[in-house]
Ligand binder design. Sequence first.
Ligand SMILES: [Fe+2]
Length: 188
Amino acid sequence: MSGADGRDLVGLIAESGDRAYGESVTQLAHALQCAALARRDRADDEVVVAALLHDVGHFVEHGPEEPGHHHGTDGAELVRAFVPPRVAWLIEHHVVAKRYLCTVDARYVDELSPASRRSYQVQGARLEPDERLALETRPWFADAVRVRRWDDAAKVPGVGCPPLIEYAPLLERYFGPQRWPVASGIDR
Ligand SMILES: [Fe+2]
């Protein structure tokens, strides 16, 4: 992982958020849609911030996606010192939650976006029964599945949703005062 630092989280998002990542929306639009869906469903603040930041690992340099090391693990590492353990766990486990849903529901694989289906294969594809049980018995398992479902729904071009600045109180509660550079999607 690069030397990116959670203390300048908003700067990192502003710098990298307009990147495409094989989906039909930018990284930032995807993050904002995901957080807006979490808020719509009355998720608590920890789950909302996990939804907002679940792909933050894509903003730092990382190697190829593998079952044990992927953008979820990199994202969790970036934020771990700043957020409650539940938030870091959800960011880390949104990848295995996709593998879980694909394992228990064959139709779910067909509903994934093409990019997500490709990454599913390199992230390890179906879970073994012991891996599935290990996930199902974790205390934040249901939250991970919720984040995953919002993640999959948050790829709709042109959907309007609150900008990043709307999450300033939430982000600064965890990450401290942030720079808020004027950039598309950050403040409007
Ligand atoms: Fe995502």
